[in-house]
Design a protein. Sequence first.
Length: 376
Amino acid sequence: MFDAAPRVLFLTDLLEVGGAETQLVEMLRTLRALPVEADLAVLTPRLDRGLAVALPAPPIEIAWKGPGDLRGWRRLADTVRLGDYDVLCTTHAWSAVSAPGLIRRGPTSKPRRWLAFEHGFRRGAARGLLEPIRRRALRRADRVIAVSRAQGEWIEGAFGVDREKILVLPNAIDTTEGQISSEERATERATWRRRLGLRADSLLTVSVARLVPEKDPITLVEAWARLEAGAARDSHLLLVGDGPERARVQKRCEALGIAARVHLLGTIRPPRAVLAAADLFALASVSESQGIAVLEAMAASLPVVATDVGGLPEVVVPEETGLLAPSNDPVALGAALSRALLDGAWRVRAGQAGRDRVVRRFDSLLRARLLVEQFA
C-alpha cells in the first residue's frame, strides 16, 4: 500500500479524437475525485488541442519523432524519473514498447508497476518489427487491461499474455452527464424534427459511428431499406459521424431509394442533443471491443439494436436493453430494427433498463475505483 496518494503517469502515443483517447481523458478527469495524483505524457506530436483542453492539467509533451530520436527517448526517461511515479499506465504500441525500460523493480525504485491498456482487436496495429517487440513487452506487464471479456480472450491468444495477468475493465462514461431530462428531450425532439423538415411524430433512429468499414454503415443502410412497411412509415435514420465511406453510403442510399429517409449529419461532438431527440440507437459494426457510443446511447435511455460482435453482447442484454443481430446480415438487422420501431412500449422499457444497467455497471467513477485497486 502507499503511504501517500499514489503518483501515476499515463503514457500514450497520441491524443487524437478516438474512443481510446476520449476514455483516457475521462479516466484522468475521474481520478481527480480519488486520492490519486495522475499526469499524462504524450509521446508523439500527434495531439488534439480540443482533447488537451478537456484534461484536468496540461499534458507533458515528449515530442518524440521516431525510433531514431534518442533525445526524445531521454526526455521520456527524465520525465518518468523526475516525476517520482509509483505506477506507469500505457496505451498504444510505442508506449507499451518503451515501458519495460522505464520500470524499476524493487522496494525503493520507481515506477514499480506497469499497467498496459489495450483497446482493440487489431493484430496488425503495430506493423513490422514493432509487432513482435510489442508482444514480448506486453507479457512483462503487471496487468494488461482489456475492455471486455471477448477482447481479453483475444489478447491472450494473439499476444500470448498469461490469462491471470489480464484484467477486464470495461469502458465507462460519466452517467450523470448522460442523463437527459424530460424537458431537454422534448426540446431536442422538436428542434431536430423541425431542422430536418420532418413531422413532429416522426421516429428517429440514430447511429453514432465513424463512416469506416469496421463500423459497416453499408449494411446499416441496406437493413434500413428492408424495414417492414409499418416500421418504415415516417421513420428516419440519422448517421452521426464522418469518414472515407461517406460517399459510398450516400450513393448506396440513392440506389436503394431511401436517400430521403437517411440523413448524413457529419460529426457532432458531443452527440448528446441528437441522442436526446432519438427513439432508437443502431450500430452495425463488424468488430467492436465494447462500444462507447452504445454506452452513451444507453445512458440517454435509448434502446439499442446492434450486431452480435466483440464486446457488444457484454453491454446489450437481448430483449431487456436492446436487440442483437448477426454482423454483415442486412436482413436480420432490418428485422430487428423493424421490431424495435413497431413496439413503442418495448422501446420505453428497454431504454430505461439500459440506463439502469449503465449506471450500475459502466460508470466512470466505478471504473476509476477498480483501477486504483491495481496500483498497489
